[in-house]
Design a protein around this ligand. Structure first.
Ligand SMILES: Nc1ncnc2c1ncn2[C@@H]1O[C@H](COP(=O)(O)OP(=O)(O)OP(=O)(O)O)[C@@H](O)[C@H]1O
Ligand SMILES: [Mg+2]
Length: 241
């Protein structure tokens, strides 16, 4: 693992194995994320990227191996407790409440005990990062554009007072302009906060531009780790095959 001794590791996954019934999807996958780092996880379709994110947030009950969050084992911990510790998962689906306003959606992100104590502060934080959400405060979430609704999902994750954001394919199905909007949001988190981000993304060039480091997951194993500035998009895509 490429590391700098002064870096504090926030997430450490070691020899993670996950299966769905008879199908083993992750085979001793290992990776680390430092505090404040943006890490991109690449890999071909169906090779276990989403499964890895779900395992970190407690949504894969079959997980074996070790997942340390801030030094404590979280395998076996209920997902609501993992949220409480500071992990937010933004899934591929646009899981926002369409019949509620932007404001109501954000407020729902602050349901855990730790976040409830910091609602005002986190609202200010989210609005300062994404002024567009403030402008759209009263708008029904179902009428937001694709990119805006992804940003709302990220904003809702931040309302949970997250220290680590797990973001699964935020740009899927978006136009190039909307993709820029979404990656602009991730860049703001990187520049303005100490929050760590693990992002799964098929758009290698967008993710490479924002990431500090990358991993490649192939057939359920981490087969490559690089600093983002030290690998080209073409090398990553070639490694898929
Ligand atoms: N709930 C489930 N039940 C059974 N099999 C599943 C389940 N979820 C995922 N799988 C299978 O596990 C494998 C890995 O899926 P996963 O969603 O982790 O891949 P991925 O790398 O995220 O793929 P993609 O790039 O297409 O999103 C696939 O073969 C998938 O069909
Ligand atoms: Mg996936």
């Amino acid at each position: 693992m490429i590391s700098n001794d002064s870096n504090k590791v926030i997430l450490s996954i070691c020899d993670l194995e996950c299966n769905y019934g008879e199908l083993q999807v992750l085979h001793k996958a290992s990776l680390n994320i430092n505090q404040g780092e943006v890490v991109a996880l690449f890999g071909p379709n169906g090779h276990g990227k989403s499964t890895l994110l779900k395992a970190v947030c407690g949504l894969n009950p079959s997980s074996k191996g070790s997942i340390l969050f801030e030094g404590s084992e979280i395998i076996g911990t209920e997902s609501d407790q993992i949220v409480e510790k500071g992990v937010a998962y933004i899934s591929e689906a646009r899981n926002i409440f369409k019949d509620m306003t932007v404001l109501e959606n954000l407020r729902l992100g602050a349901y855990n005990r730790r976040a409830r104590k910091k609602v005002k502060e986190n609202f200010e934080f989210v609005y300062s990062l994404f002024p567009k959400l403030f402008e759209r405060n009263e708008q029904m979430a179902g009428t937001l554009s694709g990119g805006e609704s992804r940003i709302l999902a990220v904003g809702r994750g931040l309302m949970s007072d997250a220290k680590l954001l797990l973001v699964d394919e935020p740009s899927i199905g978006l136009s190039p302009i909307m993709k820029k909007t979404v990656f602009g949001a991730i860049n703001r988190i990187k520049k303005n906060t100490d929050i760590s981000v693990l992002i799964v993304e098929q758009e290698v060039d967008y993710a490479l531009a924002v990431a500090d480091r990358i991993y490649l997951l192939k057939k359920g194993k981490v087969v490559l780790e690089r600093k983002a500035g030290e690998i080209l998009k073409s090398e990553i895509e070639k490694a898929y095959f």
